[in-house]
Design a protein. Structure first.
Length: 323
């Protein structure tokens, strides 16, 4: 495995903190020369610029297409300075990665083993600056596995970020499994907040972990997340063409009166117009988490879930008053 890395904009864990933790930071913003705007995690990819969106989509741009870069996350996130121990790990990790780049040699294999055996939470900032920002799936997978073995709560946010937002399904799955083995109180608050994230895939990934680490505090938010609204673009036959298109039609066009009758059916189906279709989509992972936490089974019936939850709260309130 070649441990090549890319340099990353000063971002830390701000991308996850945007909506997952209680923070006011915002994603970085790239304004394009064509007027478009991309928001997400900014990284470099060779001579180009890469932006990873909240949906895990990585967009690579030529720098000539970029008009302005606004690093909002670095402005709004007050970072604590690294401790001496954390600074020492930055140098150590970078040295190990340089050695590991020569993976065919015994020295490279030993460096990989040393990386894998890191067990000091002070190494987290160094790992985030190096392995986490790598283009290589194998490097980010190594990052997740190291975090999963670290003691304490310092690795929790890094695991949550990869579990929810990494572009690789393999890395996301590994981070979710590592989160399930972490102490629940370390990761549960972040996954609970992720249920409010405005993206169905992120909600389902969070619910998948909450099925194992969740508790009753997550129940009302899971109930609210049983369905997600999705907007699709569907193309449907139009009963008529626009007035502008009609006036611009050349003679002999099927829309012209003298040629309309024999081709009415074909004309009707030839004209397609885009229509926005809003759907309420079931979230199976959310239902599974609810059933695992509550030992109840109301399917996707949100009314039944809310009625049951209200009765549970009333029972708990009466029990507390009786004491």
């Amino acid at each position: 495995m070649i441990m090549t890395t890319r340099s990353v904009a000063v971002f830390g864990v701000g991308f996850v903190l945007t909506l997952i933790a209680a923070s006011t930071c915002s994603p970085d913003e790239v304004t394009l020369r064509n007027g478009g705007v991309l928001r997400g995690k900014i990284t470099k990819s060779g001579a180009n610029l890469a932006v990873t969106t909240s949906q895990g989509i990585r967009v690579v741009l030529e720098r000539s297409a970029v008009q302005k870069i606004d690093r909002k996350s670095s402005e709004s996130t007050a970072k604590a300075p690294l401790s001496d121990g954390e600074k020492a790990w930055v140098a150590k990790v970078r040295k190990l990665i340089r050695r590991a780049e020569n993976a065919d040699s015994e020295n490279g294999a030993r460096a990989l083993r040393d990386l894998r055996s890191i067990n000091d939470p002070a190494a987290v900032p160094a790992l985030m600056q190096t392995l986490r920002t790598s283009d290589l799936e194998t490097s980010r997978l190594l990052y997740v596995r190291i975090l999963g073995d670290l003691p304490g709560s310092k690795a929790a946010l890094g695991l949550v970020e990869e579990a929810l937002f990494d572009s690789s399904p393999l890395v996301r799955d590994a981070a979710q499994e590592a989160s399930k083995k972490h102490r629940p109180e370390y990761v549960r608050p972040y996954y609970g907040q992720a249920l409010r994230f405005p993206n169905r895939e992120v909600i389902c990934r969070a619910a998948n972990v909450l099925e194992t680490v969740g508790n009753r505090e997550n129940v009302p938010y899971l109930i609210d997340s049983l369905y997600s609204k999705t907007v699709d673009v569907a193309y449907r036959p139009s009963c008529c063409m626009s007035r502008v298109a009609y006036l611009a039609s050349p003679h002999g066009n099927p829309y012209i009166q003298d040629n309309l009758v024999p081709r009415t059916y074909a004309t009707y189906h030839a004209v397609q117009r885009p229509v926005l279709v809003v759907r309420n989509v079931e979230n199976p992972q959310v239902k599974d988490a609810l059933e695992a936490i509550t030992n109840q089974s109301f399917g996707y019936d949100t009314v039944a879930w809310r009625r049951w939850w209200k009765s549970e709260q009333l029972a708990e309130s009466g029990s507390n008053q009786a004491r």
